[in-house]
Every structure is written in C-alpha cells, then in structure tokens.
Design a protein around this ligand. Sequence first.
Ligand SMILES: Nc1ncnc2c1ncn2[C@@H]1O[C@H](COP(=O)(O)OP(=O)(O)OP(=O)(O)O)[C@@H](O)[C@H]1O
Ligand SMILES: [Mg+2]
Length: 382
Amino acid sequence: MVERPRLLSQIRAGLRASPVTALLGPRQCGKTTLARCIARERRCSYVDLENPLDAVRLENPMRALAGLRGVVVIDEVQRQPGLFAALRVLADRRPMPARFLILGSASPELRRRTAETLAGRVRFVDMGGFSLEEAGGENLKRLWYRGGFPRAYLARSAGECAAWREDFVRTFLERDIPQLAPRIPAVRLRRFWTMIAHYHGQIWNGSEIAGSLGMAHTTSRDYVDLLTGAFVVRQLQPWFENVGKRLVRAPKVYVRDSGLLHTLLRVPDLRSLEAHPKLGASWEGFGIEQVLALSDARDAYFWATHGGAELDLLLLRKGKRWGFEFKCGDAPKMTKSLHSALADLRLEHAWVVYPGSERYSVHDSVEVLPASELPEVLDRLG
Ligand SMILES: Nc1ncnc2c1ncn2[C@@H]1O[C@H](COP(=O)(O)OP(=O)(O)OP(=O)(O)O)[C@@H](O)[C@H]1O
Ligand SMILES: [Mg+2]
C-alpha cells in the first residue's frame, strides 16, 4: 500500500469545512481506495452507484440519504446526475446530520454541474495517480517511466505494466468515453489522443491537427476538451499581459500521465525513453504534473513570446510570481530565456527542476532543484 497522506488530509479538511467534498480524478487512480481509508476512520455509510442495488436505492435519493448520519460516501456519482439537486437540499440542513464525500471520474460535465448545483456547499479535491512525493524520490525514474496509476506503477514487471497501460487506454476509449460521448468512434479518438502525445509540450495548433486527421476544427476542439475533462489531457493556458511583445495565445497540451504518454508514443522502456526525441517534453510534462499535484492548478500558465523567450510554468501565488523550468540534463545552467522571464515577468524566484540530487544556485533568483525537493518549495509558496 502506498500512503497518500497529503490527499487524506485534504479530504479531511474538506469534510470539516464543507457539507460536500468532491474527490475527482481519472479512472483507476485510487479514489475508492482513499475513500475507504476515510471510511475506516469514522462513522460512515458507503453507496456505490456502480452497484446495481445501490443505484436502484438511490433512484429516490431523498428517501435513501436523508436518514444517514456521519460521513456518506457516494462513489461513481457521475452515474446519477439527478442526485445533485437532492444533495443541495441535504447539504443545507442545520445542524448537519451528515456530510458527503462524492467520488467521480471521466466526466467533463461533472465539475461544472457540481460547482453550479452545489455552489457554496462543495470543496473540490483533485487527484491523479501517485505523485513523486508519495512514491518517494528514490523511485523517480520508475514513476516517470511507468506513470502514476497504481496498477502500472506497482506492476511486478515491465511487461505487466505495459499491458496494464495498454488495457487502460483501450477500456477508456471503448467503455468510458462512449458513456460520455456515444457518437465518437474509439479508433478516431485514439488517433487523436496519439496525436496529442506527439504534440505533448507544444502549443496546440487546432487547425493543423484537424487538417492532418481530416476533421473539422471545431471537432478537434471538442475532442481535446473531452479528454481534458476526463482528466487524461492537460491544457496549460498562456500568460499574457501588456508588455508590448507579441505573445502566444493558444494553450499547450500534455498527456497528463507520463506512463500513458509513453504507451501512446510506443516507448517500450526507460532506455528507449532516454534516447527518444520526446525525452525533454516527457520530463517537462511529468514535472508540471508534480508541481500541480502539490499546488492548486488554478493560476498556472506557460509563457512564450514570438521572440523565443519561454517559461515552462508560471505560478501566481498570493500576489507573487514564481517560475519553473524543467530540464532533464545532469547539470542545468542559467539560460537567456530565464533571464528574459525574470525581467519581463518580474518573477520573485525561479527553479530549474531536474532529475539530479544536488540543489544549487545559478543566479541570485534561480536555483536548480531536484524534483524530489518540490514539496518543500511549494509548501512555502502556499
Ligand atoms: N494507495 C494505494 N496503494 C496501492 N494500491 C493502490 C492504492 N490505491 C489504489 N490502488 C490499487 O489501484 C487500483 C485502482 O484503485 P481504486 O479502485 O481505488 O481506483 P478508482 O480511482 O476508484 O478506480 P475506478 O475509477 O475504476 O473506480 C486497485 O487495484 C487498487 O488496489
Ligand atoms: Mg472507484
């Protein structure tokens, strides 16, 4: 069992502060396992909407839920959209006889609907696969190559891991997506997702991608939003402000889990990754996910000018600006691009995150940082 104390304390804090806590993440990332840990700590009822008996019981949610006390976990909540109106009423009872922990995956609609119907009554906790903090710094390369899905990361052999990831991709396309968007053929979406893997870390060029796949521009937009909403793709928005330079306006796209990226790119092992043209992009995406797992994903941007200056990740925290670059080399140095980012963005400090183990300064405001030291840095930013 891999311990996940940061997520557990976020859930506990949510349950204390808010009538409803929504734990959202991709399929198979460990949501149910975490909810069961919470359930063991206190008086708790558990409802699983993938269980046909529970699903029938919850057809009349007020009757099924009104009498419950303590914490009520509702798993696979996306399966019963009608539940949200009832939750709103149940959340407004005073004193509160029960608090709700709802679990959901693979649904672009879920967050929007939850936020709208339960406005002011819900706290979101986002989760993904194992983070580097959870896996431990000594397992960096394994986590990076295999990705964070528990079954992939913990697989007994490289072959078992590869088979699990391949199976995940297939099940996701053939079973999960049709529930959300029944008209999208799995083969077409797979080609699209693979295309995103090839664009991983680059600025999204919707019309170029649509053209090469023979689809309408708007369709490519819908697909990328669908995959983003199902938590398997990340779109990082560009930061722009009026500094008199022409700045890039389209988002960058990433396959969120590095293991799935490697499956889609057909990178069979760590050795091949180390010789692959996408090595740097893979590290960048992995690093961004590590930062955003430790910190809120809101107010996170990339920055790029047409003049060529770039910053992989800009975080705005408490009115201050912090920069992150991701370099998979042995001994990263100060770069011209970082000088521009410091000056143009007025960064408080920047870090160059790398897979090495030594922390050192390359400038008054720039440090080279081992990825395993990110938790300490991000906890300080708040
Ligand atoms: N912290 C952990 N340590 C070890 N194994 C884990 C951990 N969390 C999850 N797993 C394993 O990963 C698999 C998926 O976990 P789980 O069912 O909790 O995920 P889920 O997000 O609820 O998945 P689904 O979306 O399919 O319901 C299970 O085999 C589980 O045993
Ligand atoms: Mg589950």
